[in-house]
Design a protein. Structure first.
Length: 53
């Protein structure tokens, strides 16, 4: 079920409030809600060096 809630949230069909409600009623765990609402931050881009002309 997590994947369904996550995809609907990403499509804009569920809001932050909806996800929090699903936790309150026991459809999602808090950990799953955190994964949806606070996705892991991507690793910072590595600096690139520009060739010297």
């Amino acid at each position: 079920m997590f994947e369904i809630y996550e995809s609907y949230y990403n499509m804009g069909l569920f809001t932050d409030a909806d996800i929090k409600l699903f936790v309150e009623v026991g459809d999602l765990t808090q950990a799953d809600a955190d994964k949806i609402l606070k996705p892991a931050v991507a690793a910072p881009a590595q600096p690139t060096t520009q060739p010297q002309a």
